[in-house]
Design a protein around this ligand. Structure first.
Ligand code: COA
Length: 183
């Protein structure tokens, strides 16, 4: 019901079970583009799989855990951002993202992640937000950098994909390093 405006007339809003059909259609456009870089469970192949992802996030959100948000441009779901992990008691979260190819290169994910981090730090009072990506995922690392995150380390050969183990980067920003909302 509620959404917030992003640049280029795009909008950010909760991605819920009721969106299963458009999420499945979006995955048809995004699947091969995101497959090497995101968790295997996220890359489902049909409507039931897409609905399963939304149901899993809904259950976790109900427990104040992970949350999923979609990015709509001209009424079409083109990607999204999420708290892949959210632990209020520990003051810590992890943010993730994806886009279909046509939506890349417009700054939508950076702006959407800023909204999530504003909420995590300023509304929920979290202390630390992480970003995990394959070390050769230059576009993802560029988002972390644009968000002002620091590369804290590399988990060597931590990401198995198609028989090869890739290094994984860990980026993070602390509440005291985060900027004020709207800046
Ligand atoms: C990671 C991913 C979401 C990044 O998408 P993106 O479009 O590069 O990121 P943003 O939405 O922040 O946009 C940044 C781009 O928009 C451009 N841009 C245009 N206007 C902008 C603005 N006002 N502010 C910021 N960037 C802007 C930037 O120059 C940059 O483009 P460039 O890299 O070609 O120079 C995308 O590449 C993707 O979906 N990859 C596959 C899945 C994936 O890797 N997910 C992350 C797993 S860790």
């Amino acid at each position: 019901m509620f959404s917030m405006p992003l640049r280029d007339g795009a909008r950010l809003g909760p991605l819920e079970v009721r969106h299963a059909e458009e999420f499945a259609e979006h995955l048809d456009r995004a699947r091969e583009h995101i497959r090497p870089w995101v968790g295997a469970a996220f890359v489902t192949g049909d409507l039931a799989g897409a609905r399963g992802t939304l149901e899993r996030y809904a259950r976790r959100q109900a427990a104040d855990g992970a949350r999923l948000f979609g990015i709509w441009r001209e009424g079409t779901l083109v990607g999204g951002v999420m708290f892949t992990d959210f632990q209020a008691a520990l003051g810590s979260c992890e943010v993730g993202c994806w886009l279909e190819p046509a939506a890349e290169g417009h700054g939508l994910v950076t702006q959407a992640c800023e909204a999530l981090l504003d909420w995590a730090f300023h509304v929920r009072g979290l202390h630390r937000a992480e970003w995990h990506c394959r070390a050769d995922n230059d576009r993802s690392a560029a988002v972390a950098k644009r968000l002002g995150m620091t590369l804290e380390g590399v988990r060597r050969e931590a990401w198995p994909y198609e028989g090869v183990r890739h290094d994984k980067q860990l980026w993070a920003v602390l509440a005291r390093e985060w900027r004020a909302p709207g800046r």
